[in-house]
Design a protein around this ligand. Structure first.
Ligand code: NAD
Length: 353
């Protein structure tokens, strides 16, 4: 049994689906169902006895203690977070609440649970914290990629909150001996990502013929990691990572934001041409840059590759094509997650239980 938090979000849902495709070990999912969480992401598991869902907050210590005592997981994987940098700029407090205090309260509940376990179970327990490469700050064009030793220099309220949570995880290892693992990964992409993030936003707007907003000159560089590759990396770290260690995970696919948008436009031109021979790239619109926007992130993945034998398998061009095709084939999903009707259903349905 494993306990996953934030399993109704983009990466958590991909992780649970991938996990249950390859093992029968049950999963308990604790998710608050914020605007970013969609139980429909896991509708393939409806009626599956290996999966159970609890709506709740990782910061609710009584609830997490109860779930741990009831399900006795051998691992807790913390995906739950506020994740959108733009939202962290307009409302940083929610990021401190969930990413810092929520993670800390979860750690504390897991520590109490771990201390009460029999020695063999305590030795086997893992707390895996999913974090971001944004904690390392920004790189220059010729700098080497982030290693695990790179100093923390978070620049946005989002990355500052994730950095703080990483430090608490580290402290729980060093102070109490809790068997923790941390992963710091680059930008994920793939199916079921909420259409506020760059790739699904651009696909969504392009399909509607709306402007494709690009911050500033669009030459900010990110490394792009397919979510399925990321989930395989998390699995490798969980099973074979050394407690107390952190592992950087990247897709070996550095691209400027502008190049990413052009790749989406080219794919759409090929699979769903615009009327009148127009090209989707004509919709690109440069808008005022995000304050404090980091210029470049890049990952040095030699630790996870060397120690755990993990490497990305999905190239960016293949991954982006699959992603565009997924969104085109799941317009109803996009409609449901962006409409108020869906939120209303979630609130009525899950509050009634
Ligand atoms: P997401 O925004 O799609 O999903 C977050 C999930 O957490 C949602 O289901 C939401 O309902 C849930 N949640 C939020 N607050 C909660 C709380 N207090 N208690 C319980 N559940 C709560 O996020 P994602 O993109 O799937 O990211 C998952 C993790 O990976 C996050 O920790 C994020 O920081 C990290 N990460 C993401 C990326 C990326 O590119 N998406 C990159 C690096 C790291």
């Amino acid at each position: 049994m494993i306990l996953v938090t934030g399993g109704c979000g983009f990466i958590g849902s991909a992780f649970i689906l991938q996990w249950l495709q390859s093992t029968d070990e049950p999963v308990v999912n604790l998710d608050l169902l914020t605007y970013a969480g969609h139980p429909g992401n896991l509708s393939a598991l409806d009626g599956d006895a290996r999966y159970s869902f609890h709506r709740g907050d990782i910061g609710d210590s009584a609830l997490t203690a109860r779930l741990l005592a009831q399900h006795k997981p051998r691992a807790v994987l913390n995906f739950a977070a506020e994740t959108h940098v733009d939202r962290s700029i307009s409302g940083p407090l929610a990021f401190a609440e969930t990413n810092v205090m929520g993670t800390l309260r979860l750690l504390d509940a897991v520590l109490a649970y771990w201390k009460a376990l029999q020695p063999a179970d305590a030795a086997a327990l893992r707390f895996l914290h999913v974090s971001t490469d944004e904690v390392y700050g920004s790189l220059g064009p010729d700098d080497a990629g982030f290693t695990e030793e790179h100093r923390y220099e978070p620049n946005s309220p989002y990355s500052a909150s994730k950095a703080a949570s990483d430090h608490f995880v580290r402290a729980y290892r060093h102070t109490y001996g809790l068997p923790t693992l941390t992963t710091n990964c680059s930008n994920n992409y793939g199916p079921r990502q909420f259409p506020e993030k760059l790739i699904p936003l651009v696909i969504h707007n392009a399909v509607l013929g709306k402007p494709l907003p690009i911050y500033g000159d669009g030459l900010q560089v990110r490394d792009w990691l397919h979510v399925e590759d990321h989930c395989r990396a998390i699995r490798a770290v969980l099973e074979r990572g050394r407690p107390g260690e952190t592992y950087n995970v990247g897709g070996r696919s550095e691209r400027s934001n502008l190049a990413v948008v052009r790749a989406i436009c080219d794919t759409l031109d090929a699979v769903r041409p615009m009327p009148g021979g127009r090209r989707h790239s004509e919709l690109v619109t440069h808008v005022k840059d995000r304050p404090g926007h980091d210029r470049r992130y890049a990952i040095d993945d030699s630790k996870i590759a060397g120690e755990l034998g993990w490497q990305p398998t999905i190239g960016f061009e293949q991954g982006i094509r699959q992603t565009v095709e997924w969104y085109l084939a799941h317009q109803q999903w996009v409609e449901s997650v962006t409409s108020g009707a869906y939120r209303q259903w979630v609130d009525t349905h899950y509050n009634a239980q």
